[in-house]
Design a protein around this ligand. Structure first.
Ligand SMILES: Cc1cc2nc3c(=O)[nH]c(=O)nc-3n(C[C@H](O)[C@H](O)[C@H](O)COP(=O)(O)OP(=O)(O)OC[C@H]3O[C@@H](n4cnc5c(N)ncnc54)[C@H](O)[C@@H]3O)c2cc1C
Length: 397
């Protein structure tokens, strides 16, 4: 016999997008269920560097367009959430570093000065005087300029924990192979079919949200959506771990890549007691297709070049491939801001950056304006078929 459940909103994907939306939608009074196929945060979210960007990174890369307007306000918005004074209270989330820095070789000083002036970034990006260098640069043995950005870095593990607190009742682990989408009579509306251990379950939702990162591509195909396309952009990220590495949170710019960050460094505490330096930026983009040993050698050369005063002898080095998943808006262009596309009762979303999650939630709530919450439904029966999803872990753990 088919079991039937109904809800206002069913979300597919438990990364930052799905979990942020779940919290916001429940606060708006909607009943919601979230289905995750592997682990909460275990896709891109826990693999991200956790930088809450204000957009300078794009500007440095020469691609500052409409993205700037949306993203520029994000550090301040996140600070409100962290202070508990926004609709989303994440005051229990750990801030790993309250500022992000940019380190430029001295040969770039004049070019950078022109750039910072020309892009009206004055006041947002502050040059740090040498006597005020933070501890990690106090022993710098190379000549360079240090700038303080409005960006900051959060612990993404604590973010996932914060967003899932009090949400356990509506989080479900499912195998994507169990899922189908069915058109309801009259058209324009699909319901969710699940086949679990021989039992047939149908979930009727006023809206279905695809927020599964890279997994959106398969969901779009299954649901037969025509108006939205997914893309991925690969990276080859590197991390090194060693006890007592200094706390570095910095974009390094210089040499032949214009002003685009050559190396983007964040520092994390490994569960084994080691300090982890996580390395991205142009290193990760240009490292796609390289062997592990080539990529690690490249990373070692950059670390030695930018931070010759740091002793990395004895550190353990690793690298791994991961994709950024986004909407394909026009022949592989990345959207500037968060992306949403509605077709029938399904809304497909990508935040584009973790930083943009609050803006994504604002857009979704706007899109749902006028949709009334249905009566409360009891979904506890689903638990016998679908357990709670586990928490994801960072790659270095
Ligand atoms: C290496 C790297 C570094 C980054 N650094 C930053 C940064 O510093 N700052 C920043 O703002 N952004 C950063 N980003 C971008 C940011 O991480 C992503 O934009 C964001 O995490 C995407 O969140 P998401 O929830 O859409 O996707 P994900 O975090 O990938 O979550 C998708 C979830 O959906 C699940 N899923 C997949 N298929 C299905 C299915 N069929 N059914 C149910 N669930 C499914 C997956 O298991 C996963 O848990 C970085 C990205 C990468 C890859």
């Amino acid at each position: 016999m088919t079991q039937r459940y109904s809800t206002d909103i069913a979300l597919f994907g438990g990364g930052i997008a799905g979990l942020w939306l779940l919290k916001r939608l429940r606060q708006a009074g909607y009943h919601a269920m979230l289905f995750e196929s592997k682990s909460l945060g275990g896709g891109q979210t826990l693999a991200s560097q956790g930088i809450i960007h204000g957009g300078l990174k794009y500007a440095l890369g020469g691609s500052l367009t409409g993205a700037a307007n949306t993203i520029a306000g994000m550090p301040a918005r996140w600070r409100q959430c962290l202070a508990g004074s926004d609709a989303i209270d994440i005051s229990d989330v750990e801030v790993l570093h309250d500022n992000y820095y940019m380190w430029s070789e001295s040969s770039f000083r004049s070019r950078l000065k022109t750039f910072l002036g020309s892009k009206s970034l004055v006041g947002k990006v502050e040059q740090v005087q040498i006597e005020q260098f933070p501890a990690c640069f106090a022993e710098a043995t190379t000549q360079g300029s240090l700038y303080k950005l409005p960006d900051f870095v959060i612990n993404t593990d604590s973010l996932i924990r914060s967003l899932t607190r009090d949400a356990q009742d509506c989080l479900f682990l499912l195998d994507p192979a169990q899922v189908s989408f069915r058109s309801e009579p009259g058209g324009g509306h699909q319901s969710i079919g699940l086949l679990v251990e021989g039992s047939e379950i149908v979930i009727d939702a006023q809206r279905i949200i695809f927020c599964a990162g890279e997994g959106n591509a398969e969901l779009i195909e299954k649901a037969g959506l025509k108006s939205v396309r997914a893309q991925t952009r690969p990276l080859n990220m590197v991390y090194l771990r060693k006890q007592g590495l200094p706390q570095l949170f910095v974009h390094c710019i210089g040499d032949d890549f214009g002003l685009a960050p050559r190396l983007t460094v964040t520092t994390h505490d490994g569960r084994d007691g080691n300090t982890v330096w996580y390395l991205g930026g142009e290193l990760a983009e240009s490292g796609v297709g390289k062997s592990d040993s080539e990529q690690i050698a490249h990373a070692q050369a950059l670390v030695g070049k930018y931070f010759p005063w740091v002793d990395v002898d004895g550190a353990e080095w690793n690298c791994f491939a991961i994709n950024r998943a986004e909407a394909d808006i026009n022949n592989n262009y990345r959207p500037d801001g968060p992306f949403l596309a509605a077709e029938q009762n399904i809304i497909t979303v990508w935040p584009t950056k973790l930083t943009l999650s609050p803006a994504l939630a604002d857009s979704l709530v706007d899109q749902l304006a006028g949709m009334k919450a249905g009566p409360a439904t009891d979904s506890s029966g689903l638990r016998q078929f679908l357990p709670e999803p586990p928490m994801g872990v960072a790659r270095w753990d």
